[in-house]
Design a protein around this ligand. Structure first.
Ligand SMILES: [Zn+2]
Length: 67
């Protein structure tokens, strides 16, 4: 009756902060960037929509370009 889940790894091991609001962003199942809060739109400190959408501050290494 153990609930331990040793060895369980998250589906998105690589997360980066949003370049607009600093919130952690990750990729959704469609490959779009989304905030960890599950909102595509950035929000400022008061919770108001900032008019920008989730975008990583530093893009992960791009795959080699296909010739
Ligand atoms: Zn953002």
């Amino acid at each position: 009756m153990s609930q331990a889940r040793a060895g369980l790894s998250p589906p998105y091991p690589r997360v980066v902060p949003c370049r607009h609001c600093g919130l952690v962003v990750l990729r959704d199942i469609d490959g779009r960037w989304i905030h960890a809060s599950l909102s595509y739109a950035c929000r400022d400190g008061t919770g108001a929509v900032a008019g920008t959408t989730a975008e990583p501050a530093a893009l992960p290494p791009a795959p080699p370009a296909r010739a």
